[in-house]
Design a protein around this ligand. Structure first.
Ligand code: URA
Length: 236
């Protein structure tokens, strides 16, 4: 692949702009400065950098992030850091974006990709992709809550949720559970528990469709999805 094409694909500008970068001596290939825009590189083997910044090989990008609280699920925000800012800058250049949304204070599994088609499939309201959340709430969870969730909670605005599966892990003054929902309305989990008189104290997404959050990822940690994980998501 031509060096200038690799830089365009990596998001470093138009053909004209990246040629200027190369001719100005800004670009190295395996540590060597290259000033010929037509220089041939193997994009999957060569380490190409513009200044300090790495140039990513072409191809779709699929990542999982363990979103921490205090970070907004968006590509740009005037007030809060974004999930994209948790990644090395070469990903932002490639135009990655988050699939679906988690609230500012919600943690856990977020898929970040350049694949618009997959993002659409996973978030389409018609597909009912399951999303599993770990939740800590104020108040005793009981079999009545399980039943109500199964029957479909009617939210405060009159919307009747699809049946959801509540698995109580601990019942006490503060209870813990896993809740699986098949849709993604605004603040849905919090609003569902609010209708049961229980305030959500902590919320973390642990699975989306066939994809489970990697337990070795700390909050703010991320990794690329494996080919098997990507294939499983595409089957959704
Ligand atoms: N439901 C919520 O209330 N918040 C989230 O972030 C995700 C689901």
């Amino acid at each position: 692949m031509r060096l200038d094409r690799m830089l365009v694909a990596g998001g470093f500008g138009t053909r004209k702009e990246v040629r200027a970068l190369i001719q100005e001596g800004m670009v190295t290939v395996d540590g060597e400065r290259i000033v010929d825009p037509g220089f041939k590189v193997d994009p999957f083997k060569a380490e190409v950098r513009v200044g300090e910044e790495k140039v990513m090989p072409p191809g779709r990008i699929y990542l999982m992030l363990n979103k921490p609280a205090g970070v907004v699920t968006s590509t740009a925000d005037p007030r809060y850091p974004t999930v994209i800012q948790l990644l090395p800058p070469e990903y932002a250049r490639r135009g990655v974006f988050p699939v679906g949304r988690l609230d500012l204070d919600t943690e856990g599994l977020l898929i970040i990709t350049t694949d618009g088609k997959l993002a659409h499939r996973l978030t389409s309201p018609r597909r009912h992709v399951p999303k599993r959340y770990f939740v800590r709430v104020h108040g005793y969870l009981t079999g009545e809550d399980v039943k109500a969730m199964q029957e479909g909670i009617v939210l405060e605005d009159g919307y009747k949720c699809l049946p959801a599966h509540l698995n109580i892990l601990y019942a006490g003054e503060i209870s813990e559970a896993e809740l699986t929902i098949y849709e993604g309305k605004y603040h849905q989990v919090k609003r569902m528990f609010a209708r049961r008189g229980k305030k959500v104290l902590y919320l973390k997404r642990v699975a989306m469709g066939p994809l489970e959050l990697d337990p070795s990822l700390p909050p703010g940690g991320w990794r690329e999805l494996t080919p098997d994980e990507v294939a499983a998501l595409k089957k959704v």
